[in-house]
Design a protein around this ligand. Structure first.
Ligand code: G3I
Length: 305
């Protein structure tokens, strides 16, 4: 097939992009999104600071603009993200009792998921909860971890399942791409424990912000999938340019398509001109929406090489 989305669909997968509401007035941006992608993740618009900036006051305007456009195009929508330590309004960070944080967290999950009930393919229920260093399984300090304790992750997933039983529930993180890294092992152990105890979890999101994908990336995808969850590549971008970048992108796509339960890939933006990695050129389209060598290698890999 001749577009990313249609090529991924040949094997039942999706190929998505992160989209920002602030760029919807850029007609080339929207045209490229519509032509090439069959899934979207709102880049910032579903985060806590956007959707519940003050307690109990929900606002969905920018997220709704992305969702309604995507629905008009028949795209899948990934919800990002319900419980995260960043882009978290001050009122949440200042809550001081366990019961207050628990109530706020569950109320937020219910408020956002109910608004989009039935319309979201997969939610990043909890994002980036694991620490970058320390012993295997160490969680990052956050108001959730500090006040509720490590069980906040399980509680969030249980609340999310009840709120929208049709949505796949994902745990999403960065630096869990290397099969043997301590951080990866911590997430792996959590997912294995959740599956063993019947805590609802359906997918692991590998953000995959790369310089170079690790050589055991496919093995890592396969080891998560073997736990009985889908794996989604959720925020892919690769620094650099030219053939080295194209080759890295190819290896990522091949690693996903080699594992049946790797169900889709999302790149973290459409064009280099709006990438969060300022000063780098990590995406598939250049600043003028021209296809880069990385685009061609991804397209070819999705079409079986
Ligand atoms: O919306 C305000 C705007 O009103 C203000 O004038 C402007 C001035 O700085 O800031 C705007 O907010 C920015 C927002 O992006 C929207 O553009 C924030 O400062 C900026 O921090 C924010 O960055 C986002 C970042 O998450 C925040 O953590 C990036 O766009 C977004 O790509 C990035 O995405 C994260 C994923 O959610 C999780 N994984 C890592 C990934 C990359 O950091």
């Amino acid at each position: 097939a001749s577009t990313l989305g249609a090529s991924a669909a040949q094997s039942g997968r999706y190929f998505g992009a992160a989209v920002a509401a602030g760029h919807l007035s850029d007609s080339a941006y929207v045209a490229t999104w519509d032509r090439e992608f069959n899934s979207v993740t709102p880049e910032n618009e579903m985060k806590w600071d956007s959707t519940e900036p003050s307690r109990g006051a929900f606002s969905f305007g920018n997220a709704d603009r992305i969702v309604s456009h995507a629905q008009g195009q028949g795209m899948k929508i990934r919800g990002h993200t319900l419980v995260w330590h960043a882009q978290l309004p001050g009122w949440v960070q200042n809550l001081s009792s366990a019961s207050d944080v628990r109530t706020a967290m569950n109320n937020h999950i219910n408020g956002v998921m109910n608004h989009y009930k039935g319309n979201i393919y997969a939610w990043d229920v909890v994002n980036e909860a694991f620490a970058d260093g320390g012993a295997v399984g160490t969680l990052r300090s956050s108001v959730f971890q500090q006040r509720i304790g490590n069980g906040f992750i399980e509680e969030a997933f249980r609340t999310a399942r009840a709120a929208d039983p049709a949505a796949k529930l994902c745990y999403n993180d960065y630096n869990i791409d290397d099969a043997n890294a301590n951080k990866t092992r911590g997430v792996y152990n959590m997912v294995r424990d959740f599956k063993a105890r019947g805590v609802p979890i359906d997918c692991v999101g590998l953000q995959s912000h790369f310089g170079n994908p690790p050589s055991n990336y496919q093995q890592n995808i396969a080891q998560f999938a073997a736990l009985g969850v889908d794996v989604q590549i959720t925020e892919l971008d690769v620094g650099g340019s030219g053939s080295a970048q194209a080759d890295a992108y190819r290896r990522v796509v091949e690693a996903c398509t080699a594992v049946p339960r790797c169900t889709g890939i999302t790149v973290w933006g459409i064009t280099d001109k709006y990438s969060w990695r300022s000063g780098d050129t990590p995406l598939l389209f250049d600043g003028n929406y021209n296809k880069k060598p990385a685009y061609t290698s991804v397209l070819n890999a999705l079409n079986g090489g």
